[in-house]
Write a protein that binds this ligand. Structure first.
Ligand code: AOF
Ligand code: ZN
Length: 385
């Protein structure tokens, strides 16, 4: 996670004050030396990455992309991609600069958190030829677009126009932001997040199977935010039968529709399907239980365009995904209560693993939320090449 992630995004046109100085003045004296050890390219690229993060919720199948245009040390334009069918970040940044009266890009630098696209026959025109035609002095790119239709061609187009191109600036920060997109493009599979609520002593439910509620209200709000980052929600048929979950995405800005994927045996699925429909859920996809999970995931990506599956419950589904090593990110939410008992609802209940054979995640985020503890761990990290 980048040190700069919490800096406010600077806005400004030709009249903007020295952006570099403004950012440094926002920092306390104790942190300023860290900032100053970054190059100005990294400072501006970080702002482009922050711009990309302004896309609300999930933009999949597209990546989150931000772009920034500087002239000397002033920011003269910025843009981000807000979703499929919408203009790309670079085009937005150029438009922003032009709307402020900036038209001569021959002394300007463009910062792109992703290689500008080069391919045609898609929703929007390719960005690389537009950038080439604007005759920028320099283009700084965080990383190559892993989309096989781009994959270096955007960079070639811009270089061929005689523009100085620099790549790899804050590459890993930009890649971290687009893990689902990278996995989709490289492996043709959906990115999998598994969320599990656990009691303080690590149980998924009490001995009667009740899990409502292990965690408090703030953590349940967080779950809605996490759901909004995915394009689909996955659940076992048993959980629909037992808990009758609403599986919706409620945000302060409104409610979002997500595709629902129900895993489970066919009989249970018929029951759960009725329950789900009675709850007003639409866009429900059922997974034939005979197929392997990996095959099902390929099918979900190829035929249903599912790019990021957010899986919640139940214990059986969570265990299957974990055992088959299909989880990319694990989100554990620990409530404050201890339930004790025999552990009928512990994770991987049937596992006979020894300590030398654990399924390990690399923790990357720990947070106290109300009286709950959030722990996030990564299994796989996807890189652009
Ligand atoms: C960019 N800038 O902001 C984005 C890029 O269907 P389209 O026209 O939106 O194109 C989607 C593809 O373009 C996507 O798969 C990825 O390769 C690239 N996304 N490229 O230059 C952007 N969002
Ligand atoms: Zn583009």
């Amino acid at each position: 996670m980048s040190y700069f992630n919490n800096l406010p995004l600077l806005r400004g046109g030709l009249e903007s004050t020295d952006a570099y100085a403004t950012v440094t003045s926002l920092l306390s004296t104790s942190t300023r030396h860290l900032f100053e050890s970054k190059t100005s390219d990294e400072v501006f690229m970080n702002l482009a990455i922050q711009a990309a993060r302004r896309a609300e919720s999930c933009v999949l199948p597209n990546p989150k992309v931000g772009a920034l245009i500087t002239y000397g040390d002033k920011i003269v334009g910025e843009g981000f991609h807000s979703g499929p069918g919408q203009p790309h970040a670079e085009v937005e940044a150029i438009r922003d600069a032009e709307s402020k009266g900036f038209h001569d890009f021959s002394k300007a630098t463009l910062y792109c958190s992703l290689e500008p696209c080069s391919h045609v026959n898609k929703r929007t025109p390719p960005c690389a030829p537009i950038i080439a035609s604007k005759n920028f002095k320099r283009v700084v790119i965080a990383h190559q677009d892993p989309n096989p239709l781009v994959s270096g061609r955007g960079i070639e187009i811009i270089r061929a126009a005689g523009i100085d191109v620099c790549t790899g600036c804050l590459q890993s920060d930009a890649e971290t932001m687009n893990q689902a997109f990278l996995k989709n493009q490289i492996h043709r599979l959906p990115y999998i997040t598994l969320k599990i609520a656990l009691t303080f002593d690590g149980k998924m439910a009490d001995d009667k199977g009740k899990s409502q509620w292990i965690t408090g209200e703030p953590a349940r709000h967080l779950v809605h935010r996490l759901r909004s980052q995915a394009d689909s929600l996955g659940v076992g048929s048993g959980t629909i039968d037992a808990d009758d979950p609403q599986l919706n995405v409620r945000l302060p800005s409104g409610n979002l529709q997500r595709k629902i994927v129900i895993f489970g045996n066919p009989k249970a699925r018929v029951r759960s399907l009725r329950a789900a429909k009675a709850n007003g859920l639409e866009n429900i996809i059922q997974i034939p239980s005979k197929k392997s999970l990996k095959t099902s995931l390929r099918h979900l990506y190829r035929d249903h365009k599912i790019c990021h599956l957010f899986i919640e419950g139940g214990a059986g589904l969570a265990s299957s995904f974990l055992e088959k090593n299909l989880v990319d990110e694990l989100v554990l939410i620990y409530g404050r209560g201890i339930v004790g008992g025999v552990g009928k609802f512990s994770l991987l209940r049937k596992s006979k693993r020894s300590l030398g054979q654990t399924i390990s995640f690399t923790p990357h985020h720990v947070e106290l939320l109300g009286s709950d503890v959030i722990m996030r761990g990564l299994k796989n990290v996807y890189r652009s090449h």
